[in-house]
Design a protein around this ligand. Structure first.
Ligand code: SF4
Length: 69
């Protein structure tokens, strides 16, 4: 499962870093670092982070893929 963060949307609210700290980490005040490949055990956390993101900047898996639709 892949995850993509639209960093143009991301406002650095850090909800994701709070909910899925192994995948998302804040670097400084408002830049976000993340792992584009979600480890198996982290799926649920990343899903919650995606839902919690106030600006819907987190896109997971199928939608994050090559845009085949
Ligand atoms: S929750 Fe959304 S806005 Fe906040 S740091 Fe994560 S991706 Fe950015």
């Amino acid at each position: 499962m892949n995850v993509v963060v639209d960093l143009n949307r991301c406002q650095g609210y850090a909800q994701c870093a709070f909910l899925a700290p192994e995948v998302f980490t804040m670097h400084g005040e408002e830049s976000l670092l993340y792992h584009p490949v979600v480890p198996d055990g982290q799926l649920e956390q990343v899903r919650r982070a995606a839902v919690a993101c106030p600006v819907q900047a987190i896109v997971m898996g199928e939608e994050a893929g090559a845009g085949a639709r």
